[in-house]
Design a protein around this ligand. Structure first.
Ligand code: ADP
Ligand code: MG
Length: 585
């Protein structure tokens, strides 16, 4: 008896539909992209009750000819690609010919369309992919698509949809991205009968941003721009004073498409090194234009990930564009390119302030991804540091001898090495050590089983996030179970965490999970960062001189340069800087 059969076409299309249409937001995205591909100057997106019951997208684009209207709903039917060679030069948002077929397979669809030159239009209705009506219709130029009862025939998928609030914010976030990627298109978003936003469509990014996010957000942005023959970066980044508590205001576009990319995010944040306190993130709207041959957008039908031929080139361009914007904003030269060997110190006197470079060349070079530049930050006060203990010990690792001088402000370890004094942020360095240990391949989460489960209350959106990620959390030492609509029961937590911190830690985790919908590896790391931070706090004071020494050795050798949140772990003042300050040289 054969055991392998071809899937029934009806089942096959449902499976395929699942890849394209994950949530109402993916429907909104596909329909808007079709409108933009149709050359529309304005697009209206209207949703009701979280968009599961109703999504309407209206455009004034080129419309569809009556003869084509049924074909448009067939799988792999597209007007945007005619031959394999065309794949290398795609300049439309769609090209797979899958969206309308997929959406129609899992909903009730009505489409009205009229070409600008045609006297009358046509209307077509489908239910679960089957045409139920097709007839001539009077309608305005362009296309209107109405999607009702999404997933009505796929109950399993329906069960996975979230609250109306979550789904409608998912749609809003897609519409915002689409609007930002096409400032030449006027985008109107209507939620439950109320206009949420309306962009002018005047091709200006600044007016588009203003209409989406308002005056205060716009006022905190500075222009960023770099370009060469093969790549350009333009747009806006936030001033260090106008940062946010999460990454949800980081918008990146590659060749007109909204994308998520760790490379781009890292390059942006790297430029703010030393400028932002922990837990603050820059906002940005950045457009990267790159030769289409150097970027692969064809990774997944509905995903927004891209692959770059050269991550380094893209990283550098975004990093320098951001750095340039920050420099022009401060009015002071904030970075200088210096020699890369060993410690490096420079001073720039400007507007009465002294700036000095603080980074250790070795660590910058070792990270491999960062451009060779030195960020400057305001120098330490000229008063000598308050040192609480006399020289405790001296030590040597390889050819780097150092003395631990002591600890100051109960926060910084003070170390003398060759011609410099190092201030090491104990907590930041400790956090990095915990993070690296937790991240090590061989690491298995050590958890403590709680005798009585801790009941943590969160809002329903957070609860569903935690439960959706329970497998990942389990790997990291948390066992989280459903406990009603607005609570979870926590039975295990990592040993690094105090029981009393369980609820706030889960809140922090939720905030991270919201930021990092995309890759599991990113979510994994962001949770580890939280655990590492708690572990460093729990560990408290370093237990003795050996531990202090070991920590200093790792910092001075360049092995540890930044905490997992990107803050530097050390601040270095060279003897010559001190000598100059005291006018000795
Ligand atoms: P794709 O966008 O990949 O071509 P779709 O299934 O999304 O595939 O759409 C199929 C075809 O239907 C498109 O190639 C286009 O010709 C037509 N179409 C869809 N939406 C619109 C629209 N809003 N205006 C004009 N044509 C449209
Ligand atoms: Mg399409």
């Amino acid at each position: 008896m054969p055991k392998i059969f071809r899937l029934d076409p009806h089942v096959a299309i449902l499976v395929a539909a699942g890849e394209v249409v994950e949530r109402p937001a993916s429907v909104a995205k596909e329909l808007m992209e079709n409108s933009i591909d149709a050359g529309a100057g304005s697009v209206t997106i209207e949703i009701m009750a979280g968009a599961m019951t109703y999504i309407r997208v209206t455009d004034n684009g080129c419309g569809i000819a009556p003869d084509d209207v049924q074909t448009a709903f067939l799988r792999h039917a597209t007007s945007k690609l005619t031959c394999a060679e065309g794949l290398d030069a795609i300049n439309t948002l769609g090209f797979r010919g899958e969206a309308l077929a997929a959406i129609a397979a899992v909903s009730r669809v009505e489409l009205l369309t009229r070409e600008p030159c045609a006297r009358e239009g046509i209307s077509i209705s489908l239910e679960a992919g089957v045409v139920t009506d097709i007839s001539p219709a009077g309608c305005p130029e362009g296309t209107t698509v109405i999607i009702r009862d999404l997933f009505f025939n796929t109950p399993a998928r329906l069960r996975f949809t979230k609250s109306d609030r979550t789904e409608s914010s998912g749609v809003a976030s897609i519409v915002i991205r689409c609007a930002l990627s096409h400032p030449e298109v006027s985008v109107r978003f209507i939620r439950d009968g109320k206009i949420d936003f309306h962009t002018p469509g005047d091709s200006r990014v600044d007016s588009c941003i203003y209409s989406l996010f308002g005056r205060e957000f716009s006022a905190g942005l500075i222009k960023a721009e770099v370009s060469d023959d093969t790549l350009s970066v333009t747009g806006y980044v936030s001033t260090p004073a106008a940062t946010r508590g999460n990454r949800s205001y980081q918008y990146f576009f590659v060749n007109g498409r909204p994308v998520r990319s760790i490379t781009l995010q890292a390059a942006l944040e790297r430029a703010y090194n030393n400028l932002l306190p922990a837990g603050r993130f820059p906002a940005c709207v950045l457009y990267i234009t790159i030769n289409p041959g150097n970027v692969d957008v064809n990774v997944h039908p509905a995903k927004t990930e891209v692959k770059f031929a050269s991550d380094k080139q893209v990283f550098d361009s975004v990093y320098y564009a951001t750095l340039g914007a920050l420099d022009s904003n401060s009015g002071t030269p904030e970075h200088l390119t210096g020699s890369s060997d060993g410690l490096h110190s420079m001073q720039v006197m400007q507007s009465g302030k002294t700036y000095s470079s603080i980074s250790s060349g070795s660590s910058e070079i070792r990270s491999g991804s960062s451009p060779d530049s030195r960020r400057l930050t305001p120098d330490a006060p000229l008063n000598p540091p308050v040192v609480s203990q006399e020289i405790l010990h001296s030590s040597g690792i390889g050819n780097r001898p150092f003395h631990i001088i002591g600890e100051t402000f109960n926060t910084y370890i003070v170390v003398e090495s060759q011609n410099s004094v190092w201030f090491i942020d104990k907590h930041a360095a400790h956090e990095r050590i915990h993070f690296d240990a937790l991240r090590a391949e061989a690491y298995e989460a050590m958890s403590q089983v709680l005798i009585t489960p801790v009941i943590c209350r969160h809002d329903p959106e957070d609860i569903s996030l935690l439960l959706e990620n329970s497998e990942l959390l389990d790997k990291l030492g948390f066992s989280v179970e459903s406990f009603g609509d607005d609570a979870v029961a926590v039975r295990r937590i990592p040993t690094e965490i105090n029981i009393g911190d369980t609820e706030p830690v889960l809140s922090e985790i939720c905030a991270q999970l919201k930021n990092n919908e995309a890759a599991e590896a990113v979510r994994h790391d962001s949770i580890l960062r939280i655990v590492a931070c708690k572990a460093a706090i729990k560990a408290g004071r370093l237990s003795g001189i050996q531990e202090t020494e070991a920590l200093a050795a790792r910092v001075l050798s360049g092995e540890i340069s930044h905490c997992p949140h990107g803050r530097p772990v050390s601040y270095v003042i060279t003897k010559s800087t001190l000598d100059r300050s005291f006018k000795r040289i």
